[in-house]
Design a protein. Structure first.
Length: 116
C-alpha cells in the first residue's frame, strides 16, 4: 500500500490517540515546517519580520506579570509569615534583585533618551 503526503497527514490527524494530540509532536512538527519554509521560500522572511517582532513583544509583555503573579499567589497561599519563612524571603529578594535594575534603567534612561 502506497501512502502519499495527504494520506499520511490524515492518518496523523484522525486517530483516537493521534500523534498530533501530543504537544511535543506539535512543536517538533512546527519547527520542521518553519525550517522547510525558510529553506524553500527565503523571501518570506522579509514579510514575516513584522509578525515575528509582534510575537516576541507579546511574549515579553506576558512573562513578567506571570512571574509576578505566581510569586504573589504562592506567597499569599502560605498564610502566615512564620510558615513563609526563609523561602519566601529568598524568592522576594531574587525577584527584586532581578527586576529593580531593569526598571531603574528604564525609568532613568527613558526620559534622558527622550530629551535628546
Amino acid at each position: 500500500m502506497k501512502l502519499d503526503c495527504i494520506d499520511f497527514l490524515l492518518i496523523l490527524v484522525r486517530g483516537k490517540k493521534s500523534i498530533l494530540s501530543n504537544l511535543t509532536s506539535q512543536v517538533l512538527l512546527a519547527i520542521v515546517a518553519v525550517i522547510l519554509v525558510g529553506h524553500f521560500f527565503p523571501s518570506f522572511a522579509n514579510s514575516a519580520k513584522l509578525i515575528s517582532e509582534i510575537f516576541i513583544n507579546l511574549i515579553r509583555m506576558v512573562v513578567a506579570p506571570i512571574i509576578f503573579h505566581t510569586m504573589v499567589l504562592g506567597n499569599a497561599g502560605v498564610g502566615s509569615l512564620k510558615r513563609l519563612g526563609c523561602v519566601g524571603g529568598k524568592a522576594h529578594l531574587i525577584f527584586r534583585n532581578c527586576n529593580d535594575p531593569g526598571i531603574g534603567h528604564w525609568v532613568g534612561c527613558g526620559p534622558c533618551s527622550a530629551a535628546r
